[in-house]
Design a protein around this ligand. Structure first.
Ligand SMILES: Nc1nc2c(ncn2[C@@H]2O[C@H](COP(=O)(O)OP(=O)(O)OP(=O)(O)O)[C@@H](O)[C@H]2O)c(=O)[nH]1
Length: 302
């Protein structure tokens, strides 16, 4: 590894070599080489972040496989593609990936690197920083922005995003999809009779009951107030209708702390028609919900 004897000013004015300085960086600076034969290694590596458990820095000087083999299987093809693109077009790499640790956990690493021709192949100069804490925080914020405060269900934004995703899958694969719109009956009366806090509790328990009765791949969301929606992937109306009926019945039989029979729901079900706009599906489910209300509530219409 190249040594650098340049001096800079250290603590208390003592001279510090650039090498000492880089070793104290809270990350890694490196050179990464890919030979004409495809062999990859790190000719240079420095920084305290090189002390990743289970990854031997000297071995990486011989063969980058020691690190690449530790990549999360989802991230490996993405990083390889980024390296390939960067080598072919001589553009910088800016990506992130997960490294699996021997204890079964993984760390998120951000990587930035600049390629140059090296005659013997491509040589990158770059840096890597552990961003695990930021990724955890990002995931927490994402969950918060996707979640309804009261019930913990997906909020309207998240539910619509899921519906968009599922619709595009249906359009690609021709698979069935159902949407259920569910609205509590006379909820104003429940609030007025038992109080707003008890009303909130009904919403929370209703969310719990729906979660128990539906599959994990179904998304239940609270659209607002006392209105809920369920996205049911791979489900045609012949299956979503009896499911909605079972759900309606269970809700009607549940106590909710205010005696059974007090809480009922009306449900509108619609099956996605290939190629139709999302809002048209919602509109059809909503019309069925409206019909369920109009025909006396506590019923399912499709
Ligand atoms: N406790 C509680 N009540 C809410 C919440 N959001 C909306 N509501 C109440 O839900 C009630 C909805 O009333 P309406 O839209 O008249 O509907 P409804 O009484 O359920 O009657 P139908 O839908 O026609 O069966 C209102 O009284 C709102 O105040 C909430 O987060 N908590």
């Amino acid at each position: 590894m190249p040594q650098d004897s340049s001096m800079t000013s250290g603590r208390l004015g003592e001279p510090v070599s650039i090498r000492d300085l880089t070793e104290r960086l809270p990350g890694v600076i490196f050179q990464f080489h890919r030979g004409l034969d495809g062999h990859m290694h790190f000719p240079y590596m420095a920084g305290s972040g090189t002390d990743l458990p289970g990854i031997d820095r000297k071995a990486l000087g011989q063969n980058a496989r020691h690190m690449l083999d530790r990549l999360d299987s989802e991230d490996y093809p993405r990083l390889m593609a980024a390296i390939e693109r960067s080598a072919r077009w001589r553009i910088p790499i800016a990506t992130k990936f997960r490294l699996r640790l021997p204890n079964g956990r993984s760390r998120w690493v951000a990587l930035r690197a600049q390629p140059e021709d090296a005659g013997t192949g491509v040589l990158w100069h770059g840096l890597m920083i552990d961003i695990t804490e930021q990724m955890i925080e990002e995931a927490r914020l994402r969950r918060l922005s996707d979640t309804d405060d009261l019930t913990g269900l997906a909020n309207r934004r998240k539910l619509m995003a899921r519906l968009n995703e599922e619709i595009s899958k249906c359009d690609r694969h021709g698979t069935p999809l159902s949407l259920m719109l569910l609205d509590l009956d006379h909820f104003k009366r429940i609030n007025d009779t038992w109080g707003h806090l008890q009303g909130d509790q009904v919403l929370v328990e209703l969310a719990k009951l729906c979660r128990q009765m539906l599959r994990t791949e179904d998304t239940i969301g609270r659209l607002g107030g006392e209105e809920f929606a369920v996205v049911l992937p791979l489900t045609p109306a012949v299956r979503s209708f009896p499911l909605a009926e079972r759900l309606r019945q269970s809700i009607a039989e549940q106590d909710f702390g205010i005696a059974p029979g007090q809480v009922t729901v009306s449900i509108g079900v619609a099956e996605y028609r290939l190629g139709e706009p999302r809002d048209s599906l919602i509109e059809r489910a909503d019309q069925n919900l409206y019909a369920a209300k109009h025909q006396g509530r506590n019923r399912v219409i499709r």
